[in-house]
Write a protein that binds this ligand. Structure first.
Ligand SMILES: *Cc1c(COP(=O)(O)O)cnc(C)c1O
Length: 350
């Protein structure tokens, strides 16, 4: 098999999804499985659906289109606010999109009318993280405008925290979202099917409370794929953290001095090499580098540390013995390492 390669264990993704779907169902919350870190892998998406996710979400319409081409008919949500220039494609492939701009919703309605479809929107509310969202005071106006559009249905409201400002989706934020849902319903006499509380960062709150208020949906990616919650990157009890691994091949393994010799300046990526202790160690080079992944997001096997990386080389430190040239090393990935590997043309996907 070719190396480097990223290996996705679909059975472990199914397990992670099923576990969280069951725990959240007890709190009245369903799960949208988020495929964006797998660049819209239909097989990862299918694993999430077979384990109880009620639909899939992705941030890019290209990924949703690719899954549709492979015959996936499940409900699909575009997570990133639609680009105006893609409105027609979004109406054609996604059932629902998360929105913050009236001009965009208006354009979605226009394209929906042309293709005789109804497009569903979830209005995203800014609750302090300062990425996407309508300011809470502007929500009512946006709802009024969305309800006027014949080819748009308002499915609900949502929010997204812990992505830019690191703002925690805690009980206070979630109760604010619930109150907004109640007030929209009483003001307009409508029912909001979806109150989408957030992403994997909401799990601490959701699994730690019995009062989830009006929140009835979470959009989960990292937790299903990597088994961790993103606030403190702790393993979620009962989940696999090795559903995704990166495998690379050894191209050199030798006992060498720990300390470089000669006059030193900047390294390939501009770092000033730290002063190493004296003595000797086993240095193993893997054919893997910045072009393939985010080296700072790799977890080497027990007994190994990552000493550094350049475009095409990853240098590991360990005790003897040396690893055979041509053998393979399996590394854990964080979200950043996963994303870079999935989008790298030089990494095979298995
Ligand atoms: C990426 C994303 C998610 C999923 O986030 P995870 O931390 O991977 O669970 C949910 N909602 C939105 C809007 C996103 O962009």
């Amino acid at each position: 098999m070719s190396a480097p390669r990223i290996r996705i264990d679909l059975e472990k993704i199914r397990h992670n999804t099923r576990t969280l779907v069951e725990r959240l169902a007890k709190r009245g919350i369903d799960v949208t499985g988020v495929t964006k870190a797998t660049v819209g892998s239909a097989r990862a998406g299918a694993a999430m659906l077979s384990a109880g996710a009620t639909g899939l979400g992705d941030s890019r319409i290209e990924n949703i289109e690719a899954m549709r081409r492979l015959g996936m008919t499940c409900p699909m949500t575009l997570l990133r606010s639609p680009m105006l220039s893609q409105a027609r494609r979004i109406v054609e492939s996604a059932n629902t999109s998360l929105n913050t701009e009236l001009e965009v919703i208006d354009t979605l309605s226009h394209h929906a009318s042309q293709s005789e479809r109804v497009h569903a929107v979830v209005l995203m509310v800014e609750l302090g993280d300062l990425r996407e969202g309508l300011m809470p005071g502007d929500l009512s106006h946006a709802v009024r405008e969305a309800l006027r559009l014949p080819y748009i249905t308002l499915r609900g409201i949502g929010t997204n925290l812990a992505c830019h400002g690191g703002v925690v989706p805690d009980a206070e934020k979630m109760s604010e979202l619930s109150k907004l849902a109640d007030s929209i319903e009483s003001e307009f006499g409508v029912h909001l099917d979806v109150v989408s509380g957030g992403n994997s960062a909401n799990l601490d709150w959701a699994l730690g409370t019995h009062d989830t208020g009006r929140v009835n949906n979470l959009r989960l990616g990292e937790s299903l794929l990597l088994g961790r919650e993103p606030l403190h990157r702790q393993r979620i009890d009962g989940l696999h953290t090795d559903a995704v691994t990166l495998i690379a091949e050894v191209i050199e393994s030798k006992v060498k001095p720990r300390r470089p010799w000669g006059n030193t300046a900047q390294s390939a990526f501009g770092d000033q090499p730290a002063v190493a202790p004296a003595g000797f160690t086993v240095r193993t080079i893997l054919a893997l580098g910045h072009q393939d992944t985010d080296p700072s997001g790799l977890e080497p096997p027990e007994g190994f540390t990552v000493l550094g990386a350049s475009s095409d080389h990853l240098i590991l430190n360990s005790r003897p013995p040396c690893l055979p040239v041509g053998s393979e090393v399996c590394l854990g990935v964080n979200y950043s390492a996963l994303l870079r590997a999935m989008t790298s043309a030089s990494v095979a996907k298995v």
